[in-house]
Design a protein around this ligand. Structure first.
Ligand code: 6PG
Length: 465
C-alpha cells in the first residue's frame, strides 16, 4: 500500500513526529540521509512499525507516497533545507507538497515560497519539544489556504488539543507567517523563562532559599494563575538531585545559557518593525551576558555580590510574575499585530493565543483569557483589555516592590524591570520625547510638531548655537 505522507529527517523531532503520524492512523514513508538510522527507527517503532515504510533512497521515498504527495522535512534549519528542496526538485510534480517543519527563519520561508519551486510548499512551526512532537505539538503553518486544507486533516489529528478539545494547529497566513509566529513564540519562551529565572535568583540569592524550597513555591504557583508548563518544569528541575552526588541538580549546572537563535531573531525583527518588546530583548540580552562568565567573575570580585536579606512573601513574587507575564505577552502580540500590517498578513491574534494553549512550550492557563481578550479587540494592548487591566492594577504594586527591592540590593532583574519600564511609558500621556525633538532640531534642524498646532517647525536656537 502507498503511504499517505512522507517524512525526511529522523532526528529526535522527526522520529517523534513520524511515530505520532503513524499512531494517528496515517501510513508514513520515512527517509534519513543515513540508511542505518532509518532501519533502526523502523525496528524501534514497535506496533507502529506496520504503519511505517522505511526507504533507502529519495527516489524510493517518493515512489512509496500516494499522489499528490506530501513530504514533511524535519532537517536542521538553514542550508540543509535548501539542499533537500534541491534534491527533491527533479523527483516531485507541481501538485506535490513539501512542508518545512523545522525552526526556519521566516525570511527563508518567504524566500523559498517565492522562489518558484516546482512543487507546493508550506512552512510550519512546530513547538513542544520531543514529547510534543510525539504526542501532540502546537502547529503554526504558513502557506496557501488550499495547501493547508489538503493536509490540515493530518496536522490537526497529530496536534495537541486544548481543554475544550479544539486542535492546536492552524494556518497562520501566507508563506513565512507560520515560522514568524513560531519565532515570536520562541521569543516569548525566552522571556517567560528569564522572568522565572529572575524570581528564582531573588529567592536563591536575596532570600537564601534552597532549591527544594524554591521548588515548593513554584509547585504552589502552578495551581494558581501562573499555571503553565514552564512553571511546572521549573518546580521539577529545582526538585531534582544530582545523580553524581546529593546536591540539587540545578545547583550543579553552570550558569551559561545556550541559544540557537530564534529569540535573537525575534529581537532583531522587532527592531525592523519598530515593535517595542523589551522583555524579550532583555531575555536575549541576559543569555548573552550569561555567556561572559569570566568577566562576571571579575565583576563580582571588584564590586561584590548582590546583598541577601530581601524579605518578600512568595505571594508578592507571584503577583510580580503575573504582571510581568501579561506585559511580556502584550508586547509579543503587539509585535505580531505590527507584522501583520507590515507584511500584509491577516494574522488571527486570538487564534494564535488559542494555538498556544496546549502542546507548545509556552502553554499556560492564561492563554485562554488572552484569546478572549484579543477576540474583543485584536489590535489592542493586552494590558488595556479590561480583564487584564484589572489584573495588572492588582499586581503592579508587587511588581514595583520586587523590582525596587531587587535593584536596591543589586540583583539583576532585566526582564521584569523592562516590562515595568514599558508599562510606565505606555501609560504616560506626556512623555519626554519633546526633549529629544528639541535636541534633534537644535543640532540637525530636523523640525518638530507643536502642541498648539502652530506651523512653526523649528526652534529659536539660531543665536545660541
Ligand atoms: C519549542 C522550542 C524549540 C526549541 C528552541 C530552543 O517550541 O519546542 O522553542 O523550538 O527548544 O529552539 O531554543 P534555544 O536553543 O534557542 O533555547
Amino acid at each position: 500500500a502507498q503511504a499517505e505522507i512522507g517524512l525526511i529527517g529522523l532526528g529526535t523531532m522527526g522520529a517523534a513526529l513520524a511515530l505520532n503520524i503513524a499512531e494517528k492512523g496515517f501510513p508514513i514513508a520515512v527517509w534519513n540521509r543515513t540508511t542505518e538510522v532509518t532501519h533502526r527507527f523502523h525496528a524501534g517503532a514497535g506496533e507502529l512499525a506496520e504503519q511505517v515504510v522505511p526507504t533507502e533512497t529519495l527516489e524510493e521515498l517518493v515512489a512509496k507516497i500516494a499522489e499528490p504527495r506530501t513530504i514533511i522535512l524535519m532537517v536542521p534549519a538553514g542550508p540543509a533545507v535548501d539542499d533537500q528542496l534541491a534534491a527533491l526538485t527533479p523527483l516531485l510534480g507541481q501538485d506535490d507538497l513539501v512542508i518545512d517543519a523545522g525552526n526556519a527563519d521566516f525570511h527563508d520561508t518567504n524566500r523559498r515560497s517565492e522562489a518558484g519551486l516546482p512543487f507546493r510548499f508550506l512552512g510550519m512551526g512546530v513547538s513542544g519539544g520531543e514529547e510534543g512532537a510525539r504526542h501532540g505539538p502546537s502547529i503554526m503553518a504558513g502557506g496557501t489556504a488550499a495547501d493547508w486544507d489538503r493536509i490540515g486533516k493530518v496536522l490537526t489529528a497529530i496536534s495537541a488539543k486544548a481543554e475544550d478539545g479544539s486542535p492546536c494547529a492552524a494556518r497562520m497566513g501566507d508563506a513565512g507567517a507560520g515560522h514568524f509566529v513560531k519565532m515570536v513564540h520562541n521569543g516569548i519562551e525566552y522571556a517567560d523563562m528569564q522572568m522565572i529565572a529572575e524570581v528564582y535568583g531573588l529567592l536563591r540569592d536575596g532570600m537564601d532559599k534552597s532549591a527544594g524550597q524554591i521548588s515548593a513555591i513554584f509547585d504552589n504557583w502552578n495551581n494558581g494563575p501562573l499555571q503553565s508548563y514552564l512553571i511546572e518544569i521549573s518546580a521539577k528541575v529545582t526538585a531534582a538531585s544530582d545523580p553524581h552526588g546529593d546536591r540539587p541538580m540545578v545547583d550543579m549546572i553552570l550558569d551559561r545559557a545556550g541559544q540557537k537563535g530564534t529569540g535573537r531573531w525575534t529581537a532583531i525583527e522587532a527592531q525592523h518593525l519598530a515593535a517595542p518588546i523589551p522583555v524579550i530583548e532583555a531575555a536575549v540580552m541576559a543569555r548573552n551576558v550569561s555567556a561572559r562568565l569570566d568577566e562576571r567573575k571579575a565583576g563580582e570580585e571588584r564590586f561584590g555580590a548582590p546583598a541577601t536579606g530581601i524579605d518578600l512573601p512568595p505571594q508578592v513574587l507571584e503577583q510580580a510574575l503575573i504582571a510581568g507575564k501579561i506585559l511580556c505577552y502584550a508586547q509579543g502580540f503587539l509585535m505580531i499585530e505590527g507584522a501583520a500590517k507590515s507584511f500584509g498578513w491577516s494574522l488571527d491574534l486570538p487564534g494564535i493565543a488559542r494555538v498556544w494553549r496546549a502542546g507548545c512550550i509556552i502553554r499556560s492557563a492564561m492563554l485562554n483569557d488572552m484569546a478572549d481578550a484579543l477576540a474583543e479587540d485584536p489590535g489592542r494592548n493586552l494590558a488595556m483589555a479590561p480583564y487584564f487591566a484589572d489584573l495588572i492594577e492588582k499586581a503592579l504594586p508587587a511588581l514595583r516592590q520586587v523590582v525596587a527591592n531587587g535593584i536596591a540590593a543589586g540583583h539583576p532583574l532585566p526582564a521584569l524591570a523592562s516590562g515595568l519600564m514599558w508599562f510606565d511609558m505606555m501609560r504616560t500621556a506626556r512623555g519626554t520625547a519633546n526633549m529629544i525633538q528639541a535636541q534633534r532640531d537644535f543640532f540637525g534642524a530636523h523640525g518638530f510638531e507643536r502642541i498648539d498646532g502652530i506651523a512653526d517647525e523649528h526652534g529659536p536656537w539660531g543665536s545660541s548655537q
